[in-house]
Design a protein around this ligand. Sequence first.
Ligand code: PHE
Length: 511
Amino acid sequence: MSNRPHWKSRIGFLLVVIGSAVGLGNIWRFPYVAYKNGGGAFLIPYFIALLVVGIPLLILEQGWGYMQKGSAPVAFARFRKRWEFLGWWVAIFITFGLMFYYSAVLSWCLGYLFFSFDLSWGVDTQAYFFNSFLGVSDSPFNIGEIRWPIFFGIIFIWFVNWAIVSRGIRRGIEVANKIGIPLLFISLIVMLVWSLMLPGAGEGVSAFLTPDLSKILSPSVWNDAFGQIFFTLSLGSGTMIVYASYLPARSRINDNAMITASANSLVEVMAGFAVFSILGYIAFVKGMPLADAVKSGPGLAYVAYPQAINNLPFGREAFGVLFFFTLLLAGITSSVSMIETFISSAIDKFGWSRKKITTVVCLIGVAGGSIFATNAGLLWLDIIDHMVCNVGMITMGFLEAIVVAWLFGGTKFISKLDKFSKFKLGKFWVFCAKIFIPLVLFVMFMADTIKNIQKPYGGYPWSALFVIGFGWLAATLVVARFFSKAKWRTDHLKKKYHDEDEALLVEVDGE
Ligand code: PHE
């Protein structure tokens, strides 16, 4: 029997995976990506991407972690030592990449939570966000100086994460999600009902739901839909592998993945309704069509929301607090999962003490996060975000599908999961994982690369994309190699779980 700790209950597991999935991606990223891609038109590619790539990949990751009973590096090393670096690579670019800028966005959120008390953003919310608050510089190389309020926010966010992750999976992560997720649902529902009651909300909602079919033919809409599914379901990040590795035998992987994906999309659609109602309200106040009234982009939550809040007839402060509190809650339950991805890997391989390694990681996190608190922070964020999502996570998803569905064997893999799940996926899953996922991800990757060659991403200079984006991704690869070459200090590798079902079945039958 494995002596790996387990989640306390199935509900506990579902709450932690939903906690990882539901995050800034649902409330901050989804609405502006959907808005940019024609609102309702985006929902069709979004749901198709969810069904043919999102859910099958979620099952693949949760199944792999559960079967191999280890964090990403262990899960791959147990299969074949040469794939171990892949596990380290994701663990590193998530914890020391994605989480660096995620902590900055959470810090903005914290700032705005305080600003809500006296609506300190003033009338021109756009100028406030970009100039007064972020002080965005004109080039990624023009770093300027540290914006202290943002930096202090980053310290606070890492401290909260430290307090949760250092307590361990049961007493820390599971407890935090058991409190955070129900609270998140309640605050989201209150926010949604409130937004739907505003004048003009109907117009906004209909913009969200009416498909503009001409947009569906555009490849970039599909690209964004797949990218969003990856980000929002925490795919290609090793996180789901880690969380599922703490599951007991006989777990219902397929069913759990369906529940996770449904809950995540439910929150996403709810957030979509809330945000579009607000946009409708802004259009109503300004007396112009929605498309002219609001500009899309990552600033949507920080520009459009405060603008709408300014115009509310009553309860302005309360609405602001509610919105930014919801965003913060959703983000923190996701950020702990990012940090755990590395922590769990380090403990598995080196047997380090959880408290110590969490402390070290959080200190590095504060240092690394500080670059995103400078005047060039938003620009760096944009470049690294593009690299993580469009290169890192997608490459990882592609390689996972190759390793699990081709090298390990798709039919063998899914038959083990189907055995205990109500949803039997059999051939459909094998087809998606073997053919569809690699194909779609490859096409996406190529399309994005060609687009970037024709026109550098975001209009940044090539040198910036190269030095910051590729440089940093290459650095994570080098460090990953270093970790995978290091000597094992635990006996995790000696226990093989996947070999011809033995251990898994012994464990199962022995129950
Ligand atoms: N799914 C999270 C969100 O929607 C982001 C995330 C990505 C979390 C990767 C963990 C790993 O915000």
